[in-house]
Design a protein around this ligand. Structure first.
Ligand SMILES: *Cc1c(COP(=O)(O)O)cnc(C)c1O
Length: 428
């Protein structure tokens, strides 16, 4: 569900027509719906209430301070994967005790920063990292709570680049090795191994990979208990899906229905659960607005050349991801009633929606059935709230776009559009 709907043929975010946003702020521009973010967060909390989890929003999906602050105020903790993200979490007013720090390549400086801030949980990915962590904790004379990232060898059936829970990934250690890990390090007084961490991939559109992963992990927890190691925190990671097409994804309640029964009695006995959702909260809560600069025919192909490209939204060219794209104010017969890869309306024409970047891989959509487009049309790229702005770059010296947060009929610019001065501000 989201709050981007056509009313009288015009696309609005909540009660604000998106053409108004584009007129005032310019394009390209990311627009987020406050009510959608709030509702997605609340639904998740509601669905998993029997487990009373700490919901740590994954900052890397969309790190704008205003959005982190909004989620922090709703009660969320933060899942951070770098020192920069920890800085964002703290700047947004979220206490470090509600932050978890994951990532395969934490630098010494980042580990020090996290320990000094008294981070809630540090997720550990290798023996070498644990030893380094112990050394730094000792130097600072502090204790840390660590969770070992295990890789339960399940296949989430998602894109190769976002599959993280199979045996041969750079993330975590396999279950066998996890046992030895605890034997070796489980009694360390300075760096206390108190938890297990999973993150199997993203987006995961079925519940079975979670069920398999949780079952394997619970068996590991029981094995570890026999060896005298108590696991008191289980961090299930993220990866819940979002609707890139209409009703593509399960709801929070569906994931919960499969996962909650596996864990309820463990929670009753004191196991603390953490969730790290990113995409499922913000993906459908954000869109990208872009203006058609030129329509160009080359051979059999029609290109709509827009002011947003792979620099603005990387997912289509990086993951071959599908984003529904449609004009904000289409001619009346073309007002869409769903969002799908193949829209069956008479009069649609296949168009490549591309950006201004000097790369043939610079596209938002290829051979996409769309209403005929013309110069000046305003297009909406849907489900762009997650891994949109956070993966945007300044390639070709394109300043980063503005971000706008809409509530009702009001909008707030939560990141101003960059200027050319910003582009060179760090250079000499
Ligand atoms: C990326 C990531 C997440 C969030 O994934 P989503 O698909 O956005 O929910 C959670 N945990 C870790 C460790 C991650 O790397």
């Amino acid at each position: 569900m989201d709050r981007f709907t056509y009313a009288d043929g015009k696309l609005a975010c909540e009660s604000l027509p998106l053409s108004k946003v584009a007129e005032q702020i310019g394009t390209p521009c990311y627009v987020y719906s406050r009510a959608t973010i709030e509702e997605h967060y609340r639904r998740l909390v509601e669905a998993f209430r029997p487990l009373d989890p700490l919901v740590c929003y994954s900052i890397k999906s969309c790190g704008n301070l205003s959005i982190c602050r909004l989620l922090g105020e709703l009660g969320a903790g933060m899942d951070v994967v770098s020192g920069g993200e920890l800085f964002r979490a703290l700047a947004a007013g979220v206490p470090a005790s509600k932050c978890v720090f994951a990532g395969v390549g934490k630098t010494d400086a980042e580990i020090e920063q996290a320990i000094k801030a008294d981070i809630g949980l540090l997720n550990i990915e290798s023996e070498a990292e644990f030893e380094n962590l112990g050394r730094i904790a000792q130097k600072l004379d502090k204790t840390v709570r660590g969770a070992l990232r295990v890789n339960p060898d399940v296949d989430p059936k998602t894109h190769l680049y976002t599959t993280t829970g199979k045996r041969e990934t750079k993330f975590g250690v396999d279950i066998e090795r996890a046992r030895n890990f605890f034997v070796e390090y489980g009694q360390d007084p300075q760096c206390r191994l108190t938890g297990l961490h999973l993150h199997i991939g993203s987006p995961v559109y079925t519940t079975q990979p979670y069920v398999d992963a949780v079952k394997k992990t619970l068996a590991l927890i029981d094995d570890l208990a026999l060896l005298g190691h108590k696991v008191s925190v289980l961090d299930l990671g993220g990866g819940f899906g979002a609707d890139y097409e209409s009703e593509q994804s399960l709801l929070a309640a569906d994931y919960a229905e499969a996962i909650v029964p596996l864990l309820q009695d463990r929670v009753a006995k004191g196991l603390k659960i953490i969730l790290e959702p990113g995409r499922t909260i913000v993906a459908n809560a954000g869109v990208l607005l872009t203006r058609v600069l030129y329509v160009k025919k080359s051979g059999d192909k029609t290109f709509a050349i827009c002011d947003a490209g792979m620099n603005t939204l990387l997912r289509p060219s990086h993951y071959n991801a599908f984003h529904f794209i449609w004009p904000c104010e289409p001619e009346p017969p073309f007002v869409p009633t769903k969002r799908a890869k193949s829209m069956d309306m008479p009069g649609l024409v296949p168009i490549d929606v591309v950006g201004p970047i000097c790369e043939s891989g610079d596209f938002l959509a290829v051979d996409r059935p769309l209403p005929p487009l013309k110069r000046g049309d305003l297009l909406c790229v849907f489900t762009a709230g997650a891994y949109g702005m956070s993966m945007a770059s300044r390639y070709n010296s394109q300043p980063l776009p503005a971000e706008v947060l809409v509530a009702g009929e009001k909008m707030d610019v939560i990141r101003r559009r960059e200027t050319y001065e910003d582009l060179v501000a760090h250079e000499r």
